[in-house]
Design a protein around this ligand. Sequence first.
Ligand code: SAM
Length: 204
Amino acid sequence: MAKSRRNTADSYTLRARKEGYPARSVYKLEEIQKQFAIIKKGDTVLDVGAAPGSWTLFTNNVLLKGVGKIVAVDLNPLSINPIPHTVISYVGDAFGNEIRPKLIEHGPYDAIISDAAPLTTGNRGVDTARSEHLAEQVILLGAEHLKTGGNLVVKLFQGGGEQELMKQLRTLFTRAKIVKPKACRDDSFEVYLVGVGRKEGEQV
Ligand SMILES: C[S@@+](CC[C@H](N)C(=O)[O-])C[C@H]1O[C@@H](n2cnc3c(N)ncnc32)[C@H](O)[C@@H]1O
């Protein structure tokens, strides 16, 4: 029986395995970083929806080069081992009352990156609405916890209110763009919203 494309290891999956990353999603962040230079060595970074840990590991190894701080939050634990010394990880709801004081304690942040996704149901309308809700909450974290000049990347399932969310990003950032990295699977309907240069004092 023919394997489905989802079950077939593509070139990004194979490269991730070879380079020691637990997920192929790392190459989406790599592309976004090349285009927007959102993170630099020494930064304090918040990674929302960080597990299994590819974005966190790439941020430590390649972008911070081991200098800076990454606060990695997910409903599930990171699966990277060892966890780099720059990483402080929390298991829980990134938007809940238990995690909130931790985010304040370690902030403000130079960058907030979020690949957070809901558990998908297969019902596109439901999945998209949940993704929109997550993205909206990440943007609110950006408004609250980013330094002036800071940057934000957040995943969104297409059809999930891009225009309204982009309006919010344009209010908060000097530059805002929607991107679809080549590393996204052909059949995926995800995009990333990028905000560069948090404006001083603006709120949504
Ligand atoms: C696609 S995975 C992230 C992959 C990760 N960027 C990497 O490179 O390894 C999406 C993650 O979002 C997390 N997530 C969804 N809702 C969340 C929430 N409210 N708080 C924290 N994490 C959440 C999920 O648990 C899941 O691990």
